[in-house]
Design a protein around this ligand. Structure first.
Ligand SMILES: [Fe+2]
Ligand SMILES: [Fe+2]
Length: 192
């Protein structure tokens, strides 16, 4: 059910950030009470399934934006969206491979995407709103992946290293979107 107020609905790129963050943290909080090795692997797979969903939703959002962005000076921005879509796809593949290595089955089921993802598909219609949606999504990803790097720490160095590599790219994505926003709107967005 959509519980947003009318005021929230007029600002689609700023809605549900708290919900998304809470969802992103859910599995980590549950993880602290499963000390067994088997429990940890199962938990790792669950966490990575939501990272996979997050990355797939990012692929879809950037791809949609790359195709539909219009208006003056949109060409360079479309290219940037397309590049990001490709990099999110690489992340999705890397995470799916890791789930497979751990004995899980990567979940590419479209009907599970929105409930597992820590990012939103988005509703932006204008170029600036698209950039803002992407910036919000990247900031949530950066925040969540930093927590995951800490979570995996020494308990799973291979997964931690993968998340560190992905995190570095998400930080670049957030910077790219921030720079585009300043270029197109003339001012930065406050931290979301
Ligand atoms: Fe990504
Ligand atoms: Fe990204």
């Amino acid at each position: 059910m959509d519980t947003r107020t009318a005021a929230e609905k007029t600002k689609p790129f700023l809605t549900d950030v708290q919900t998304l963050r809470a969802r992103a943290r859910k599995h980590m909080e549950e993880g602290s009470v499963t000390p067994s090795y088997e429990g940890d692997v199962k938990k790792t797979i669950e966490i990575l399934q939501s990272v996979l969903a997050t990355e797939i939703v990012c692929v879809l959002r950037y791809t949609m934006h790359a195709v539909t962005a219009t208006g003056i000076s949109s060409e360079g921005v479309k290219d940037e969206f397309a590049t990001h879509a490709k990099e999110e796809q690489e992340h999705a593949m890397e995470v799916a491979e890791r789930i497979n290595q751990l004995g899980g089955k990567p979940d590419f089921n479209p009907s599970n995407l929105t409930s597992k993802s820590a990012s939103e598909y988005g509703t932006a219609g204008t170029l600036v709103d698209m950039i803002k949606e992407n910036l919000i999504a990247e900031r949530i990803a950066v925040e969540h992946y930093r927590e995951l790097v800490r979570y995996f720490g020494e308990r799973d160095p291979s997964t931690r290293l993968m998340m560190e590599r992905i995190l570095t790219v998400e930080e670049e994505h957030a910077n790219d979107m921030h720079d585009l926003l300043v270029a197109h709107e003339g001012r930065p967005m406050l931290p979301g």
